[in-house]
Design a protein around this ligand. Sequence first.
Ligand code: BG6
Length: 477
Amino acid sequence: PVDPFTLVVFGATGDLARRKLLPAMLHRDIAGQLPSLARIIGVARREMDRGEYQAMAREAVKGVDADGALDAFIERIFYVAADAESDEGWDTLTALVNEREDDTVVYYLATGPDLFVPIAEKIGTHGLNQPRTRIVLEKPIGKNAASALTVNEGIGAVFPEASIYRIDHYLGKETVQNLMALRFANALFEPLWSAAHIDSVQITVAEELGVEGRAGYYDKAGAMRDMVQNHMLQLLCLVAMEPPSSMRADAVRDEKLKVLKALKRIDTSNAASVTVRGQYKAGASAGGAVAGYLDELGEPSQTETFVAIKAEIGNWRWAGVPFYLRTGKRLPSRVSEIVVSFRQVPHSVFDGETPRPNRLLIRLQPDEGIKLFLMIKDPGPGGMRLQHVSLDMSFAAAFQVRNPDAYERLILDTVRGNQTLFMRRDEVEAAWAWVDPIIEAWQASSEPPRSYTAGTWGPSAAIALIERDGRSWSEGD
Ligand code: BG6
């Protein structure tokens, strides 16, 4: 178990708290990782008493097989009605937090980003930012570089950087962490990990779902701010960064930052040729017919629900290697994967047959695993014919254990004080510095997003984007 702690969740009645945070804590409780004194204090505006919030929590975790541990878990939960914009409730919260002097206190801001600074300020004025306190911010941090700076300054006025945990839940995914193990715990890949041997990299984060009742938030964000600025760029950093000297937070974050700063600028001069944005129209998913984005939103909008980008990193290791990024809602299936394509052999010794280049496929979800595609001889007496096969490592088959949700790992890391899997302030700002000119270029262009039918792989322009370079999007094989 970790040290005794109090987790204060702001936005406790919201979607993230109910869908992710409470179940994550229950899972850790079942695993025996919560000390007997750990408590959760839910904070939200809505007036309700502890019993009512406990009932809400019980409902939120009903999908978890708690096997007798549920009642004890619910007993850990408290509730305070408080408002970031008034003093209402803050004395009650202060008294409750201060009941336990030695606890590590984690303030988790599962609220909209406009409340981050007001809440932090209130924490400060009530003297709740003691040395053993930490603050956790959900993405998005701002909506561009300027607003991210304001958030970072505002939070930084109350908490030191060493106590600020900016969550990107992709970094908590098992297979994303595995990417670091794969690269840095094996001698095999690193010598080949550069433009000399790698032809291109693809990163796909495809979702089958649409905006799922979050259209109000999503329409202001779009896929670029919702997925690319954070999750996709973090994945790109983990693939492209230099080996850090250790897994210490700053050693890893220094290397990621260098990648973000080396990304080649995309702006009005080249956005039309290296980016594609799309918006889904009515179509079908596995569950049947689905509405288009504008029907769900109920008003006109140019917000993109799909993005494809050819990104490049201007440094020695990656010069000339395209990183194709692709993400979207209402695509045919939920699949996140990274595909590293190696170069062609320099000369084929097999008459009339050119071996297919090797590829390393890292599947983040679903069916987490790693596949290495190799050429072998087709078995049988028919002469030297080549065949493409994969060395396959499926996590489910190799390890018969439940794959913990990213939040389980990340919340406990905040209690342990381990910032390795969290974004540092300068990383967030550097990511915006690359993203902003792309969004500005789109806004300056008279072209609306290209439409694509729900249930397809995005606009045909996204296929053209990669085919122009003589390559194609991976289909997982
Ligand atoms: C969130 C985005 O950060 O990530 C959502 O806001 C998206 O729009 C989600 O659906 C995807 O996360 P996961 O873990 O389901 O791949």
